[in-house]
Write a protein that binds this ligand. Structure first.
Ligand code: ZN
Length: 227
């Protein structure tokens, strides 16, 4: 048998029953949390996507953005200041996005392709102004400190479906999510899921992200997302 590098993987992409999952982490980079998330991803040999807040990318945190990118993770846009955007002016919205995209590109050399609206608040104006794919995904209320690691695990595993996006947070003190992914990742792996970035999720699902919709997964649009 002759082994052709890359061939096996390509054949895998064509498999119709292939299950993909994209883990995403919002509100970083956060020293002490994002590092741990990256360690766990590395130990499990998987990738994820980080939706970063522009104003949090500083001399102290920039290395986390670089490390995520170098590990094959994608770094995407979660605004500059994390304000609810529908009430901002057109100029403010453009500047929120531009600033964050520029900071990401400075560090990684790549522009973001996706955007997650702060608080998942969005309106038609934002679709018109922001030239990025809008992502929501399935959350487990992991921004609520009282939601335990086990509850986070259970909720994510409950909604698992092929092509789904998991919405998590690498925000300050979010140790419960650090704990939760230590179980979520191996469990989804055991169930046959392949971990991909949001970009890869769409590419490999053969879906071109449309404008004017917000995605829960590559094959699922958020209800009421056509505003
Ligand atoms: Zn957020």
């Amino acid at each position: 048998m002759v082994s052709v590098p890359g061939k096996k993987e390509r054949r895998g992409i064509m498999m119709p029953d292939k299950k993909f999952v994209a883990l995403t982490f919002d509100d970083g980079p956060t020293v002490g949390i994002t590092d741990q998330v990256l360690d766990i991803l590395q130990e499990n040999e998987v990738v994820a996507s980080f939706f970063v807040i522009g104003q949090q990318i500083t001399d102290e945190t920039g290395y986390l953005v670089k490390r995520a990118h170098d590990m094959g993770c994608s770094v995407e846009n979660h605004s500059r200041t994390h304000r609810s955007m529908p009430k901002l002016s057109r100029e403010e919205i453009v500047s929120e996005i531009q600033y964050t995209s520029d900071r990401i590109e400075e560090i990684t050399g790549e522009k973001p392709e996706f955007f997650r609206p702060p608080f998942i608040d969005y309106d038609r104006k934002m679709y018109d102004l922001i030239d990025l794919g809008f992502i929501c995904g399935y959350g487990c209320e992991d921004w609520v400190p009282s939601v335990t690691a086990q509850e986070r695990i259970d909720r994510v595993l409950q909604v698992a479906n092929s092509g789904f996006i998991v919405l998590l947070h690498d925000m300050k003190d979010n140790y419960n999510t650090v704990e939760a992914i230590k179980t979520i990742i191996p469990e989804l792996k055991k169930q046959g899921y392949e971990f991909v970035t949001v970009r890869e999720l769409f590419r490999r699902s053969g879906v071109k992200p449309q404008r004017n919709v917000t995605y829960m997964g590559a094959n699922e649009v958020r209800e009421d997302s056509t505003v």
